[in-house]
Ligand binder design. Structure first.
Ligand SMILES: [Zn+2]
Length: 455
């Protein structure tokens, strides 16, 4: 384990704990964090964050404005009519054709900003894909997201037709089930679309990582390595799935650049997610949110003025599709900051777990520094952007927490479980999705800007 920062400066030992108010405020300066980043590193991260925020926020603004026009005027209904006209009047056909046209139009509106983001990250050396690879990933994303969205629209309209009075209750249950199914199936069906995963090579590092998991009382059959270097130089690791599909994944970029001790700390953080069942918690939260969102949508659209503005006779009318998409987008935008706040708390908890498990605050600081510098993170992003979009505590806060001794053991080792498949049947879970990976050290700087790899 490193005894010194890569810059050669010694790592200060844990400082005296600051006043409770300072800790709760999360103010890195008040917490007494020594400076571990050079002014140049800070400036480079801030500059990249700014360059990313512009296309990210512009894409949101443009797609929101477009959706508002489509959903709150008859423009969306006209698109549904025009797109489905050649294929007949059957409602499923109208929903499919109209929904596809609207979704593609929205993607088209976001395309220039996505391309700009690619250029920004490529120029910063973070994105190693050419336009061919970028386009292929874009098409892969569409191939996954469009069937899911169109399936949800079709299912909703089927429920509206079959149960005009109680559709919302069935739809809420279906939304919760759908979110859970996608989270569970993601490691099996979604992640392999973008990356190849191979078990870590046998050797001292693998033995050490499995030993770390055993010491933590977590059964991990394999640590998987993702071929992330195909598209990025960023360093990352994450846990996804729960129950039988749970897995710890480490980027090959991390293995290639970080010393074994730091890889161990990253995995210790992921084990924290497993021990605290963060994937299952996050999935449950998202499922509840989806169900509540359906109920809110039903209540908001029941009176009818919005449907009239959209040129639809009712929710069951396929002309309401643009309004439905607008309502879903609005719900997601409103709920997002709350979900990300919960995610940041889980990340801080996983950090404390890693520190408690390894007792290596100096190594933790070195690891955070390495990830932040390699990922060109904004290590101390603007507060409002961080609160709205940050998926992780900022790097300076994570480092400050380690230095002030937050790594006291947070939980006793789990009770050893009987034999059998390591993950199967156990309820331990890590985290998945944005805001949960250990490597995106400053969500608002990289992945939080919507510019990361989505983990
Ligand atoms: Zn994490």
């Amino acid at each position: 384990m490193s005894d010194a920062l890569p810059s050669g400066r010694p790592v200060p030992g844990p400082a005296a704990r600051p006043p409770r108010e300072a800790r709760e405020a999360g103010d890195a300066a008040a917490a007494g964090a020594p400076e571990v980043f050079t002014p140049q590193e800070r400036a480079r991260g801030r500059a990249l964050a700014r360059a990313q925020w512009i296309p990210v926020l512009a894409a949101r603004a443009v797609s929101t404005a477009l959706l508002a026009v489509l959903g709150l005027t008859p423009a969306g209904a006209r698109i549904v009519d025009a797109a489905s006209a050649p294929f007949g009047d059957a409602r499923p056909v109208r929903v499919l054709c109209g929904g596809l046209a609207l979704l593609l139009l929205l993607d088209l509106a976001r395309l220039p900003f996505a391309a700009r983001l690619h250029v920004v990250r490529r120029d910063a050396g973070l994105d190693t894909r050419g336009w061919g690879g970028w386009s292929a990933d874009l098409l892969r994303g569409l191939a996954l997201s469009l069937p899911l969205a169109l399936g949800a629209l079709l299912g909703l309209h089927a429920l509206l037709a079959a149960a005009p009075d109680t559709w919302w209750a069935w739809a809420a249950a279906a939304a919760a089930l759908g979110v859970t199914a996608v989270s569970w199936l993601a490691p099996l069906l979604l992640e392999p679309v973008f990356n190849r995963f191979t078990p870590m090579e046998p050797g001292p590092l693998r033995d050490a990582l499995l030993g770390l998991a055993a010491a933590d009382g977590v059964r991990v059959r394999e640590v998987l390595v993702a071929d992330a270097s195909r598209r990025t130089t960023a360093l990352n690791a994450y846990v996804s799935g729960f129950g039988a599909t749970r897995r710890i994944v480490v980027y090959d970029t991390l293995l290639a650049t970080a010393p074994p001790g730091e890889v161990g700390l990253v995995v210790a953080h992921e084990l924290g997610h497993v021990r605290h069942r963060d994937v299952a918690r996050g999935t449950a939260l998202a499922a509840l949110g989806a169900a509540a969102g359906v109920c809110a949508l039903a209540a908001a659209l029941r009176p009818g003025p919005l449907l009239s503005a959209a040129g639809a006779d009712g929710l069951a009318d396929s002309r309401s599709t643009a309004l439905l998409l607008l309502a879903v987008a609005a719900g997601g935008a409103l709920a997002g900051p709350f979900g990300r706040a919960a995610g940041r708390r889980a990340e801080a908890r996983a950090d404390r777990h890693a520190l408690g498990l390894t007792g290596d605050a100096a190594g933790f600081v070195a690891m955070q520094r390495r990830l932040s510098v390699a990922n060109v993170s904004d290590v101390d992003p603007p507060r409002l952007l961080h609160l709205l979009f940050g998926t992780h505590p900022s790097a300076v806060r994570r480092i400050a927490a380690a230095m002030r001794g937050d790594g006291r053991p947070c939980c006793p080792p789990a009770r050893a479980r009987g034999g059998g498949a390591p993950a199967a049947g156990t309820s331990g879970a890590g985290t998945s999705g944005a805001g949960t990976s250990s490597g995106g050290t400053s969500g608002a700087g990289t992945s939080g800007a919507g510019a990361g790899d989505g983990r």
